[in-house]
Structures are given as C-alpha cells and as structure tokens.
Design a protein around this ligand. Structure first.
Ligand SMILES: [Zn+2]
Length: 578
C-alpha cells in the first residue's frame, strides 16, 4: 500500500519541499514530462511515447506503469540512447514507448478523460529520488471537435482556448510568462479579467495564482497595478498557472481556488494570519480556499462543517463539493458584510488537525471572529457587494512546442469551457475523483465566469505589431496617405484593407456591427468608419475589412487601430501614415 497525498501534483518526498533547494547542483532537474501525442484518442492503435526532460546526473529514469495507484506496477526504463522510441540520443529527453491500449483500455466515466498510468521516477547519482504521478489524457467521441481559427504561424484558437507555440517556455528553457501574455495581447483584445496559462508539456509543480493588479480596498491586499507588464492595457487582474495540463479543469474547485486567491486570504490579523495565504483550521476552511498548516504551502481541503451550539461546536462532515464560504464571498465582493456569520477558529491548530469530524460536540478552545473585527482592522470592502464586479472573463492560453492537433484543441476547449458550467459535474483531478460545483454554483449564483476567447484578431506581420494592411485601390502597403488623387470615391479619402480572424457576422448583420478606432501616441482615439466586412474567397476564417481614413488622423505619422464586434475588442495593430 502506498501513502498517497490527495490533490497534489506529485508525491512529496521529505526534503524535497522547495524546488529551488531540491534541485541544487547535484540534484537532477525534471523540466517536463508528457505524452506524445499530448492527448490520446481512445481508438488509437499506434504506440504512444511518454517523454521527460531531465537535466543532471541520473542513474535511472523510469515509469512504473500501473493504472491503480494503490498497487505496484511494472517498472519500465526510460531511455536517452536513441533506442526504444527515444528520438535523439543524449538530449536529456528520456523516452518510453507504450501500447495505446495500456492507456485507453479500461477508461471509466469517472476518469473524466484522464487516466492514472503510474509513477514517474528519477533516481539521481546523488541525492533524493524524485517521484511524480503520471496521468494520460484521452479523448473520446463525447468531446466534440471544433473549428480551429488560425491566427499566425505560432497561434491558433478555438472558442475557449488560445494555443501559442513557444518552445522555450513549453520546455522550461525560458519560463518567462510575460512573453506568453504579451503574445496573447498581440492577438486578442484587452477584454480578459483573468488568464489561465496551461503548460502543454507538464512540469511537476502545483497550480498557483498571482495578481497583476488590485484595486479592491478592505481585503488586506495592497493596491497596485502591473497589468501593463503583461501586455494588458489595464484590464487584467490576475493569472492562474497550470503547470500540469491534466490538472486543468474549469469546473474543478482547484481552478476556483486559484481564482479565489485574487481576493483571499490577505487578512493578516490574528487568528487568521496562521493560515495565510489560506485559512487556519476553522469554519472558513471547509470552503474552496481550504486551510494551510505551517510547513505545508498548499491549500488543503477541510471537509468538516462547524456549527456553534450551546456548550460547544458541532463538527459535521461536509457532504458534497466545497463552495465559497460567506466570508469568501464577502471578500470577493459578492455578499454584504451583514450576511457574514461569526467565524470559528480552533485555538489549538495542532489538535484540530487530528480532530475526528464525526458529529461530535467540540468543547475545547476556539476563537470567534466577526465581520466587525475584520472591518475594524481593514476597513470596508470597496467596491462593496452592490458595486463590485461579479462576472469575470477568463482567457485560457495553452502553451506548447508545436501547434496542437484538432483532438488536443478540442480536449482543452472542453475543460476550459467547463468554467461556465451551471450544474454539478464529475471531476478527476490528480487522484481525486469527485463532483464539483462550478463557479456559478459555488458562489450561490452571485458570480459567473465567461471563458470564451472571442476577441477578433487583426492580422499583423509575423512577430510585429504592424498590420497586414493594403491600400484598397492600389494594393500597396503602408505608409498610406490620408487622401489620394487615384481614388475612385468622391471624398478622395484613402480606404485601407485590414484582415481579421474571428469576425463572424450573423445572418442579417452588416458591416455596421463592426466599429473601428484609431489611437495616436497620446492615446487620443478617433473613430474610423468601417465600410465593408466580408469573407475572403477561399479562406473562410479570414475576413476583409475596409476602413475609411478620417481627417483627425491626417497629421499623424502612425496610428494604432483596433476593431470592436458585439462589445469585444480586438488587438491593436500599427499602421504607418505619410
Ligand atoms: Zn492556494
């Protein structure tokens, strides 16, 4: 029997807690581990590869194959000698070849398309053995395939996922996330409150969240604004990182937990400080944010409800998935302070950790904390529950080292879209098989997520902000003059052609549904009229737009142009003028 730690990405080996300390010079570094293909079709007959990049001195790299985490499996050596499916000898990418049936046979409904297939193990020459759980992702006919919109040589998207190719990021050589988000904003409008970044080549790390701005008062978090560093003009509030693709599911409480870190927990006061950045073991800990115990960084589930009674606290098991608590919802801007009950925190956290949740009446020490205690220390939440934003737009970026296939895009689209789900669904995250209440349910219907990637994308010259723009008459590139004598129209104004992906007119809609604006270097904006919107013959994903240049831009050297369709803005592209 193995000792398992639920909900964690990998088994924790004592002494390996801090990755930076763990992988000091003599310790090998595991950059990623991933199947090829990343998503395996359930009817596949060709073998599949499991590959892992491991740098450093290792004596052995192996996959212990077993579909039952409770039982020991078959030890399969992974090779880096150019044999057994290994593509390049000596490139630090270790490979094992598996028959597809070893993964696809026996897939159950409660696997939710993700199958446990064993333990990945690195035995170093010196130091501790690294061990991680391995999950294979399997697509069946139950996941609908979708149209893919090509955006550039390194980018494509479906309705809910943008796939960016960045080999250095994906393989862990240069994991600078700002490069990824900046590329995203070259292709999408600044309409997203949060971004999810999912690694196509999985790193053995836990999920995490970080804020890119905070303008909310009263939650204990500083006010700051660094969205611009990530390429957002200002709308982006935070980023959720998913280093392991099989741990990404929009419906999962873990996904909502990361989102919740935008507001929770920054209340650095006793007795709440004990649990930062989560809660101490308390009435709040049974919610999605869970608890932290000193020495354990992750938020752990506390599936026990605390109810005050005369003479003590009743401990009842929580039936069903965690939701946000009343205090969580207050901090998120969804509940007024008046609806937050008094909270109960165990005074002796060590004892609380081992307290059976068996309907007992607990009569030991507790500390009670009211919303007034929090208001007195941190002030009221501004904006309050009437004025706060409650519906959020979340964009999902999947970073890989090649463009994903139709199967792979459909697979991650399915999981990204589950953030919008309105009913309880089965989840399988890590070794946990359960149901989850998606965001709209876990917030009591007070909040909602929109996970659609629906920005129109104006095409640019590869890797630059310069628009693919042509004079509509001469078909020449910019710089354009505002007026032209060689113009067929009475006003003598130049019309330019731009090309866009993701512009789909509904039946009955005309060019009037699309608006365009120019912005100068002082960020002054001027409307440009859109005179024509139509599909390019032979390229159904591409739309041509004709824009009329206006007097206001006549003295400018260059303008940034974007378009807007049904309330969603596109990226901004550069057009040079003369
Ligand atoms: Zn957390």
């Amino acid at each position: 029997m193995r000792k398992l730690i639920l909900c964690l990405a990998f088994l924790i080996i004592p002494g390996l807690r801090d990755p930076s300390a763990a992988f000091a010079q003599t310790q090998p570094q595991v950059l990623y581990g991933q199947f090829d293909p990343i998503v395996i079709r359930s009817d596949r007959t060709q073998p599949v590869l499991f590959e892992a990049k491991v740098i450093g001195s290792v004596s052995r790299v192996a996959l212990e194959y077993t579909t039952d985490p409770q039982h020991a499996g078959v030890d399969l050596q992974m090779r880096d000698d150019g044999t057994g499916g290994d593509r390049v000898a000596g490139d630090s990418v270790y490979t094992v070849t598996l028959q597809a049936s070893m993964i696809t046979q026996g897939l159950q409904v409660n696997d939710v398309f993700r199958r446990f297939v064993g333990f990945f193990r690195v035995v170093p020459v010196f130091g501790n053995v690294f061990e991680g759980n391995v999950f294979a992702e399997v697509i069946t006919d139950q996941i609908p395939r979708l149209a893919i919109t090509s955006l550039a040589a390194d980018a494509q998207r479906t309705t809910h996922v943008m796939n960016l190719v960045d080999s250095d990021y994906a393989t862990g050589v240069n994991p600078d996330v700002t490069r990824i988000t900046k590329r995203f904003y070259q292709l999408a409008g600044d309409d997203y409150d949060f971004l999810n970044i999912v690694n196509g080549l999985s790193r053995f790390q836990n999920r995490f969240h970080f804020a890119t701005k905070n303008q909310v008062l009263g939650i204990g978090q500083n006010v700051f604004h660094s969205a611009v560093e990530y390429g957002s003009a200002g709308n982006l509030s935070g980023i959720n990182m998913f280093p392991i693709s099989s741990f990404f599911d929009g419906a999962d409480s873990g996904y909502q937990h990361e989102l919740g870190h935008q507001w929770i927990n920054y209340l650095n006061m006793q007795p709440l400080a004990f649990g930062l950045p989560h809660w101490p073991i308390s009435s709040m800990a049974s919610g999605i944010m869970g608890f932290t115990f000193p020495g354990v960084g992750e938020g752990l589930d506390y599936p026990c409800l605390l109810t005050p009674e005369p003479g003590g606290i009743r401990l009842t098991p929580r039936n069903g998935p965690p939701v946000f608590t009343d205090l969580d919802l207050y901090l998120m801007g969804m509940l007024p302070a008046s609806q937050v009950a008094e909270q109960i925190v165990f005074t002796e956290q060590n004892k609380a950790l081992v307290l059976p949740c068996n309907n007992q009446l607990f009569t030991g020490f507790v500390t009670r904390i009211s919303i007034n205690d929090i208001l007195n220390k941190f002030g009221p939440r501004v904006p309050d529950s009437i004025n706060a934003q409650k519906n959020f737009k979340v964009g999902t970026i999947l970073v890989s080292n090649r463009l994903l296939s139709e199967d792979e895009m459909a697979f991650y689209n399915f999981f990204a879209r589950r953030a919008e789900e309105t009913k309880e669904v089965a989840i399988h995250i890590g070794l946990l098989k359960a149901t989850a209440k998606p965001f709209v349910l876990s917030t009591r219907g007070l909040g909602a997520l929109n996970a659609e990637i629906n920005s129109p994308t104006l095409l640019t010259e590869e890797g630059t902000p310069r628009a693919l723009a042509l004079d509509s008459v001469t078909w020449t590139r910019d710089p354009f003059s505002i007026s032209s004598s060689r113009n067929f129209s009475a006003d003598g104004r130049t019309r330019i052609m731009l090309f866009a992906a993701g512009v789909e007119l509904q039946p009955g809609e005309t060019a009037a549904i699309v608006t365009a604006q120019a912005e100068d270097w002082q960020q002054r904006t001027f409307p440009l009229s859109v005179e024509y919107v139509g599909k390019l013959p032979g390229a159904n994903w591409l739309t041509q737009l004709n824009l009329r240049m206006s007097d206001e831009v006549s003295n400018l050297d260059s303008i940034m142009v974007n378009i807007r369709l049904r309330g969603v803005t596109s990226n901004k592209v550069l057009i040079n003028l003369k």
